[in-house]
Design a protein around this ligand. Structure first.
Ligand SMILES: Nc1nc2c(c(=O)[nH]1)N[C@H]1C(S)=C(S)[C@@H](COP(=O)(O)O)O[C@H]1N2
Ligand SMILES: [Mo]
Length: 259
């Protein structure tokens, strides 16, 4: 029998004798056996709340009427490489998302395959460190469901998102990374639809990351690869992302729950 049931039956028994637990409250509260069970449960709740509400909580989601009339596009607006231009020309028919690295089943998925997967729809607030926000609706499979298809090896600790663009002509392509916990977070998706239409080129066609408890720069656009790694110190500048390598931005870039 669980301890909760045991405690409830103790309280019920004491309550029945004391009439609605009111006058009997003191005697129940001072009963060491009862206290033991109450504290145990309190402790469990405290632990769960401290542990989970800061780490596993969901980002706020919004109603359709709260969506921003204009969602600004920022950073790269078009990768402009010959490869990307060829994809735009064939409406991404020849594009493939590669999932590789520490996986047992490396994958190359077409947009048609990705669109056929179960998807999540979420209306969330994008928060850019340059000082603007926008509420938009995103739709696509969870990153977790894609990782499950690829059968991630247990040693993998991070997912590195490789992008098709070179930000403002940078030598190396844009990239970002998430730890496994946030990669598997239920609001972490690879969106192929934004506000009910296919993600446009300025917003990261054909696939862009939405990791809703993180700042704007982690929302990698033009994702072409998800690489599973044990650590990312060998990738580009070694700090897990374009901005982290170039201007010392914070790697985790978390947003705690706000409204
Ligand atoms: N590949 C890529 N992803 C990127 C960027 C970029 O330049 N290249 N800019 C980042 C920044 S700083 C922000 S605020 C958002 C902007 O997304 P949006 O254009 O859809 O508003 O994308 C992020 N992801
Ligand atoms: Mo940003």
């Amino acid at each position: 029998m669980s301890e909760i049931i045991t405690r409830r039956s103790l309280l019920a028994g004491a309550g029945a004798g004391a009439g609605l637990l009111l006058s009997g409250c003191d005697s129940v509260i001072h009963n060491p056996d009862v206290l033991k069970y109450i504290y145990k449960e309190n402790e469990a709740h405290y632990f769960l709340q401290r542990g989970l509400s800061s780490y596993a909580s969901l980002a706020p989601e919004y109603r359709p009427d709260q969506m921003s009339p204009v969602f600004r596009a920022n950073g790269s607006l078009n990768p402009g490489t010959p490869q990307y231009s060829a994809w735009v020309a064939d409406k991404f028919a020849s594009y493939r998302l590669k999932i590789y690295g520490m996986v047992n089943k490396p994958l190359e998925l077409s947009i048609a395959q990705i669109r056929s997967m179960p998807a999540r729809t979420q209306i969330t607030k994008h928060d850019c460190v340059e000082g603007w926000t926008a509420v938009g609706q995103w739709h696509g499979p969870t990153v977790g469901s894609l990782l499950k298809l690829a059968n991630v090896q247990s040693k993998a600790k991070y997912v590195v998102f490789h992008c098709a663009d070179h930000y403002h002509g940078a030598a190396l392509p844009y990239y970002e990374s998430l730890d496994m916990f946030n990669a598997f977070h239920p609001q972490t998706i690879l969106a192929w639809e934004m506000n009910g239409s296919p993600v446009s080129v300025p917003h990261g066609a054909p696939l862009r990351l939405r990791a809703e408890r993180h700042l704007g720069y982690k929302q990698a656009k033009y994702v072409i690869g998800m690489e599973l790694v044990e650590d990312f110190s060998h990738i580009q500048g070694g700090h897990g992302g374009y901005w982290q390598d170039n201007v010392d931005y914070d790697w985790f870039a978390g947003i705690c729950s706000r409204t």
